[in-house]
Design a protein around this ligand. Structure first.
Ligand code: S3P
Length: 168
């Protein structure tokens, strides 16, 4: 049933921050796919990538999203930025939720991600190029998956949250 709201978007688009505050405001549960994967693995995302590899992470992500889709009700779900690369995940999210894409301009993403140490895909010297290339590849997928697109970036999160609520 579509009683949930899921947030998709690039790393650094504010899914966790917006999701937590949105859930509080709507008095809903807040679920983060990355946290559920970390609980399963008993280690942080960075270590999962390093020790088990990205495919293990993506398989776990898919199982976690399927589980959420089967059981979550009235929750706000913050998805990892790469959740949309598997079509099965998009189908599950669309089955159980209104999908909200947080769209953030690349300069704001680069700024927010500049000092991030917990994102394994960006732990490399050419981080800005990786951001550009991944964003280019994923943007059409986010757009196609979204029921609602909301711009984030320089706007305060409170404005983003109000817009999401208005457009649900
Ligand atoms: C990823 C995004 C991360 C996390 C993992 C992979 C991605 O989540 O799931 O590092 O492929 O974009 P955030 O979007 O919360 O950073």
């Amino acid at each position: 049933m579509k009683s949930n709201i899921s947030l998709i978007g690039f790393m650094g688009s504010g899914k966790s921050t917006v999701g937590k505050r949105l859930a509080r405001r709507l008095e809903r549960d807040f679920i983060e796919t990355d946290r559920l994967i970390e609980e399963r693995a008993g280690m942080p995302v960075g270590d999962i990538f390093q020790e088990r590899g990205e495919t293990w992470f993506r398989d776990a992500e898919q199982e976690v999203i399927k589980g959420i889709s089967d059981s979550a009700q009235n929750a706000v779900i913050a998805c990892g930025g790469g959740a949309v690369i598997r079509q099965a995940n998009i189908e599950q999210l669309k089955r159980c939720s209104v999908v909200v894409y947080l769209e953030t301009p690349i300069p704001a993403l680069k700024e927010r991600l500049a000092s991030s140490r917990k994102r394994p895909l960006l732990n490399r010297p050419d981080r800005d190029t990786v951001i550009e290339e991944l964003h280019e590849a994923r943007r059409p997928v986010y757009e196609a998956a979204a029921d609602v697109t909301v711009k984030t970036g320089k706007r305060p999160f409170a404005a983003v949250i109000s817009e999401i609520i208005d457009r649900l």
